[in-house]
Structure formats: C-alpha cells, structure tokens
Design a protein around this ligand. Structure first.
Ligand code: PSU
Ligand code: MN
Length: 305
C-alpha cells in the first residue's frame, strides 16, 4: 500500500486503511498560516478529537524533513503551529524542491489532496479552499486548489468560499473542470463566515450517506478528480454579513495597496480580517472547521461501508 518512497503513513492511519476503516485527512497550512498560535494548535488537536468521536481516524498531513506525512503526532502539530509563517506554505509546485532538500512544508488543500490520495485516503476536511481571487482577470491569481480538485480523487469538505474570492468565477472554474459542488442541506453556496452567498450549488444532498454514494459512483466510474462538499457554518456561530463583508472589502483593498501577491495573498487576507473583526472571524473560523470535521467523519464512515 505504502508504495511511494517519500511517504510515511502513521501506524494508526495505516492500520485503519488496511482494515477498511474510515480515515479523514486534514491540512496543515490552516495550522501554520491560517490561524495564530496557540489557537491553531488547539484547533488542530480538537479537530482530530472530533473526527475520532465521529468514528474515523484523523490523518493530519504535512511535509516534515522532506518526508510526506499522512498522520502527525501531537508534537509535530505543535511544532508546525509554533513555527507558523516560518514553515513554507507548500502547494503542488513546492513539493519537488522541499522533498529533495529535506525541508518542512505546510500543505495547502492541493498538496493535502495529493498526499491523501497517495496514502489511499479519500475524504478530507478543512475550513476554506483557495479559488479565483477578486481581480483575477488582471492578476491571474487562481489557486492551484481548483486544478487539484479537477484531477485528484479526494472529497473535500469545506464551509463554502469566502468573498476574498470571486465566488461566481470560482464556481465557473469548477464547472469547467467538472468538479461537482455539493451543498450539505443547502441549495445555496455558503460563504464561510455566513450561511448564504447568493450563489447556487450544483446539488443539494441532505445526508452523509447520499454524499458518500455520489462520491463512490464517481470513483467507480473512474471519473478523474474530486468533489467539493460545502457545509454551512452553524447559525449560532455565523457572522453579521455586513460586518464581515466590510472587513473583507477593507482587507482586499489593503492587500492591493501594499502590492501583496502570490502565495502571500490568502494568509495576508485571513490575518487582516481577523484583526479588523477583533478576533470574531477567528472564533467563527474555528467553529466551522469543527462542523466540517464532523461531517467529513460521517461521510468517510459511509464510504467505508
Ligand atoms: N482559506 C481559509 N483558510 C486557509 C486557507 C484558505 O479560510 O488556511 C489556505 C488553505 O491551505 C488553502 C490555501 O489551500 O490557503 C490556498 O492558498 P492559495 O490561495 O495561495 O492557493
Ligand atoms: Mn494564489
């Protein structure tokens, strides 16, 4: 099973996969670049606990000392959380050099999907994916996450897309690439901090079983690529749309003014939004990740049946 010479699957994860038990992959850029220390480490460990409570085995993914890791220890998660921005944010294009020079890397959605697939893990929970940025018609800033969803067979549970992205263009891109966008108990694409965006998902599915069945069909047909499941933030943790949209607009404006670009854009915007909202956005972000972990574990449980 573990055929890739660069891949280390943690013993617990390997045992679960060999036994056909449910496993849920988790990314590490959300730890190093998505949240500040110590909330990042606390959240990452809680997410693992929630996945266990819902009957699956968590596999947090990262690159450590040039090794592709599927399943991290608490020490490794703490290490990445403390190192923060000093860990290289690793998307698909970063893998060759980081592995060859024995470096550490925090995996984005794209890289987590790649390593999950290598390990044989089919379900992945996160907060938000990268997408087509606002202004992409001139900057060409389109996340490699979208191309990965087009080609790698992993189901990703997220809380929709936040309006640091152009939601309309992100959906168009996913449509072109043949990626199904599923709304869990919703017809409307959730907007991360809020439950509504004004955009429609492709299909509303109301049960983890139905989502697992759709993904199973995709795998069985040999259709390349993943599936995006969008899960609205629970009402009680969602933010006032006016407050959060103003914060996002201001953050995007500031990024433009400072000339922030490339891989710095998403982490810059997340940190700025957190500052502007006085930490309220971070609290919501943490809650929606927990909510996604629970749903992903249930989907993985059904997929393993
Ligand atoms: N959105 C979030 N939190 C995150 C990210 C996105 O709400 O932590 C991270 C994820 O790791 C995602 C990456 O894969 O940012 C996208 O970066 P880019 O846009 O540079 O591809
Ligand atoms: Mn980008």
């Amino acid at each position: 099973m573990n055929l890739n010479p660069y891949l280390d699957i943690a013993p617990e994860v390997k045992a679960a996969l060999d036994a056909g038990k449910p496993v849920v992959a988790l990314e590490s850029t959300i730890i190093s670049h998505g949240m500040p220390y110590p909330q990042n480490v606390e959240t990452a460990l809680n997410v693992e606990r929630i996945i266990r409570e819902n009957g699956a085995v968590p596999a947090t993914i990262a690159i450590i000392g040039g090794r592709l890791k599927a399943g991290l220890s608490e020490e490794e998660i703490t290490y990445l959380g403390k190192k923060g921005y000093d860990v290289i944010k690793a998307s698909r294009r970063d893998l060759p050099v980081l592995v060859a020079r024995g470096d550490d890397g925090a995996t984005t959605v794209a890289t987590t999907m790649i390593i999950a697939e290598m390990a044989g893990i089919r379900v992945f929970a996160t907060g938000g994916i990268g997408g087509v940025h606002r202004g992409a018609e001139t900057t060409m800033d389109i996340s490699a996450d979208l191309e990965e969803l087009a080609q790698t067979g992993v189901l990703v549970v997220c809380a929709g897309a936040k309006s640091i992205l152009d939601l309309g263009l992100t959906l168009e891109y996913l449509e072109t690439k043949g990626v199904p966008v599923i709304g869990y108990q919703t017809e409307e694409l959730p907007a991360f901090y809020t439950r509504k965006s004004g955009f429609s998902v492709d299909y509303r599915l109301d049960a983890p079983e139905s989502i697992a069945a759709a993904f199973r069909a995709k795998l069985d047909m040999g259709l390349k690529g993943g599936m995006l499941v969008t899960n609205p933030i629970p009402e009680e943790y969602s933010m006032d749309p006016e407050v959060i949209n103003k914060a996002i607009d201001d953050a995007v404006e500031e990024a433009k003014r400072l000339g922030v670009h490339g891989k710095q854009t998403t982490p810059f915007l997340l940190a700025k939004i957190k500052d502007i909202t006085g930490g309220d956005s971070l609290a919501s972000n943490i809650r929606l990740v927990y909510n996604n972990a629970e749903l992903a574990a249930k989907i993985a449980g059904n997929l393993a049946k």
